[in-house]
Design a protein around this ligand. Sequence first.
Ligand code: J2J
Length: 507
Amino acid sequence: MSDHTPWPEEFASAYRALGYWRGETFGQWLRELARRHGTREAVVAGDVRLTYAGLDHAADRLAAGLADHGLRKGERVVVHLPNDAAFFEVVFALFRLGALPVFALPAHRGAEIAHLAGQSGATAYVTARDLAVESPVPTLYADALPYAEPRELDGPDASDVAFLQLSGGSTGLPKLIPRTHDDYLYSVRASAEICELSEESVYLCALPVAHNFPLSSPGVLGVLHAGGRVVMAPAPTPDVAFPLIEKEGVTMTALVPPLALVWMAARRKHDLSGLRVLQVGGAPFPAETARRVGPELGCRLQQVFGMAEGLVNYTRADDPDEIVHTTQGRPISPHDEVLIVDEDGRPAETGELLTRGPYTIRGYYRDADPSAFTDDGYYRTGDLVRRTPSGHLVVEGRVKDLINRGGEKVSPEEVEACLLTHPAVLDAAVVSLLDPYLGERSCAFVLPGGTPPTAAEIRAFVREQGLAAYKVPDRVEFVTAFPTTGVGKTSKKELRAALRAGLRGEV
Ligand code: J2J
């Protein structure tokens, strides 16, 4: 069984001929960066300041040590690390070895780590002492990694899968996204160019580094590609981020919408004048808020609409303000193919965004959920968009059953499955609730059986099952029956409408 669905040969050869796929692995890429920028600082995290040469050497030593430890090319390793220098050493060591990082977020707990390890068939779990959860596979701690004398290793090919990302984007249980060296490096190089990065760029990584946005849009990898400096923030809050922006001369950072609101509301004791660009993405950013970024933070806004499955859209430096405030950008590549279709797959003004291209996957890991792709290889994003005459996309809503809680994606199905394991829950439906700060929060409708539990018990139960805190229902409502659709399925539309109406009357 192939672990990933390759691009059809005619597409692959076109992407190579266009120079998008260069046959370079991340291991080779870092070696080249070290040759070019050796003594320059690559990553700053707390007291650690890693140069490009230092990172390159650490990756070699750790790759050798992990190989001695028994780790082999092709094996999967769950990486669960905070915004720290160890993330870079571990990930680049795995890349050199051809082992695949499986990216977990710091907020993930036991249930997610077990899911990631199980789905990927991982053989190890790398974590930090204060994040570690119980794992079904052997644990390696970031403060006790096995370094050894560097040696020649039989690394991966550029067309191999480099790592597995967790899907936040499509309906159903979280799926794994296989990204190749070739396709991901293309998106990184092209993103660095679009965002006009240079050796002078200093990027503050405030969001969790393993997320696709701060990792590659253009993120830490884009900044390394340009020879700039990456500054790791242990938290995205103003009290942590603002002093770092001043001290390190940060020029660019990326936030999700709720954090942009927090930054605008914060009292500023620090000089943020070096900050030139604030990227905002991951969830809808209303135009009224977008307009405030420039005047209130003294920097340019860049909207970013992306997905770990591939396609990333940016507003450009030379776009008029109106476009930057009211659209979510346009695709990275002239070869990103974008269709906007209605329910029957016919072209529409506003409709579901389908996409394929040089860095958008053709299938999930081990072909999970093939229905997320059309027969001709387009990924069904589940996002409702329209295109402006200028070619920019505006996100209008979505058709997928997903809750976007301020950029953190919650799969209702996953939370419902968890609720159903509670002995006093007969049925459950999780829907979104509009929220002025997070955009959306979650509400669980529960049909109790036997002794009805309290809302607090339900919430505690979800936490105890080892789900990330952001998946715990923000609100719990008990019902005696669910409204149903014509075909007898629970009508989430009616549940959402009941919430909007303030739950007056019967649900
Ligand atoms: C509305 N919805 C958005 C936006 C993502 C860059 C930036 C973000 C992500 C990301 C990413 C949105 N406005 N500006 O991977 O490289 C919603 C859409 C999308 C889903 C993908 C990147 N930006 N979204 O958020 O894989 O619904 O990636 O399909 O986590 O987030 O989620 P995820």
